[in-house]
Design a binder for this molecule. Structure first.
Ligand SMILES: Cc1ncc(COP(=O)(O)O)c(C=O)c1O
Length: 386
């Protein structure tokens, strides 16, 4: 039995999505910019994909820029908004200490090019401080970029509140909603954002497809220039099959949003409570609420997450560690560091992210495996295993 509890890393494409993509690759292979029938067939598939993505987030179809990934969408939002406003004197960008690398590295690159970057902190539960954003805003702020849900902790950020502050200051608001789009109900108008990033492979669509909601009237400098596809914002002949797959995945995800979040939250809470009770000194990282329903992040005392990851993989359970190996040493995640977690706690952190394949039986199996492997590793760490 193999149990996949790493849905925040990626999700398996739904069979219907694979079928549609195969059909589009085979039958609608034309260039969507061509005026002849081959091109128009591809264009029709593209239009359908765009309106399905728009429907998922409450946007107008003209406000959806299709692109290659969540990373590309983040880049287009941040670089595009920064470049478009640079000549107006707005050269200040606000971000947070817990963003995904796609945002962090992009902000850092713009910082090296002379943009002023303010990184606002989070509290010890992984929630961004609204007051810190308010204090950071200034007349030269071009853009505020705050993720909707953190990928490691699942914590949901106060986007609507921050977007209102940004609007009052004349700045644009971007949110990286890669971990929420297709997983919880999402409405760009209710959030009040100007730019929103999503990625198909996080909601049972294909890799190689993402989108950037760009509110009507928002100016963006393109990051890819060329044949002016996507209204000049993202040039390049469209990968129609990928986009069609994303569109269908978005539509199928919409249909799950009434029941699936509650089902996953119940399973996630059971996993969390079982492990917190079974394994002494286990701690949850991040606020219990508000957070997305499928994620929990736990630190096991005296255990390095990498060892646990490998031990669990041998038991058929796939999870993800909160630390990364760089230059041969384990580095605690920047998210846990930003929350003020101790080094040891951060190194012992593991992310469990549930999804469509997570059943009660799969969860029972996972709980038993984690309890077994952590107990064994703790025994070894304390000398009891030798
Ligand atoms: C919050 C967040 N933003 C951006 C990305 C990057 O998306 P993609 O893998 O589609 O480039 C990820 C992927 O893990 C993510 O979790």
């Amino acid at each position: 039995m193999r149990i996949y509890l790493d849905h925040n890393a990626t999700t398996p494409p739904r069979p219907e999505v694979v079928d549609l993509m195969t059909r589009v690759l085979r039958d609608a292979w034309g260039n969507a910019s061509s005026v002849h029938a081959f091109g128009q067939q591809a264009k029709a598939a593209l239009d359908e994909a765009r309106s399905r993505v728009a429907a998922l987030i409450g946007a107008d179809t003209t406000e959806v820029v299709l692109c290659g990934s969540g990373t590309e969408s983040d880049n287009l939002a941040i670089r595009g908004a920064a470049e478009a406003q640079a000549d107006t004197g707005r050269r200040h960008l606000i971000t947070t200490a817990i963003e995904h690398e796609a945002v962090r590295a992009t902000m850092a690159a713009l910082g090296r090019r002379g943009f002023r970057i303010t990184t606002v902190p989070v509290d010890d539960s992984g929630i961004v401080s609204v007051d810190a954003v308010r204090d950071a805003l200034s007349p030269d702020t071009a853009l505020v970029s705050v993720m909707h849900a953190n990928n490691e902790l699942g914590t949901l950020q106060p986007i609507a509140e921050i977007a209102a502050l940004a609007r009052d200051a004349g700045a644009l608001m971007h949110t990286d909603a890669v971990q929420t789009a297709g997983r919880v109900p999402l409405d760009v108008r209710a959030l009040g954002v100007d730019l929103l990033t999503l990625s198909a492979h996080k909601f049972y669509g294909p890799k190689g497809a993402g989108a950037l909601f760009t509110r009507r009237g928002v100016r963006l400098a393109p990051t890819l220039t060329g044949g002016r596809q996507e209204r000049g914002r993202r040039s390049g002949t469209e990968p129609v099959a990928n986009y069609a797959g994303m569109g269908l995945a978005a539509e199928l995800a919409s249909a799950t949003l009434t029941d699936e979040p509650a089902r996953l939250a119940a399973l996630r809470d059971r996993l969390e409570q079982s492990l917190l009770h079974a394994l002494p000194d286990t701690l949850r990282n991040g606020a219990e609420s508000p957070r997305v329903p499928n994620t929990t992040n736990l630190s096991f005392a005296g255990v390095e997450s990498e060892s646990l990851l490998i031990g669990l993989d041998l038991e058929g359970v796939a999870v993800s560690s909160g630390s990364a190996c760089s230059s041969g040493t384990l580095e605690p995640s920047h998210v846990l560091r930003a929350m003020g977690c101790s080094h040891a706690r951060a190194l012992g952190s593991v992310r469990f992210s549930l999804g469509a394949s997570t059943t009660d039986a799969a969860l029972d199996h996972a709980i038993a495996a984690v309890t077994r492997v952590v107990s064994r590793l703790q025994g070894v760490a304390s000398g009891g295993g030798r």
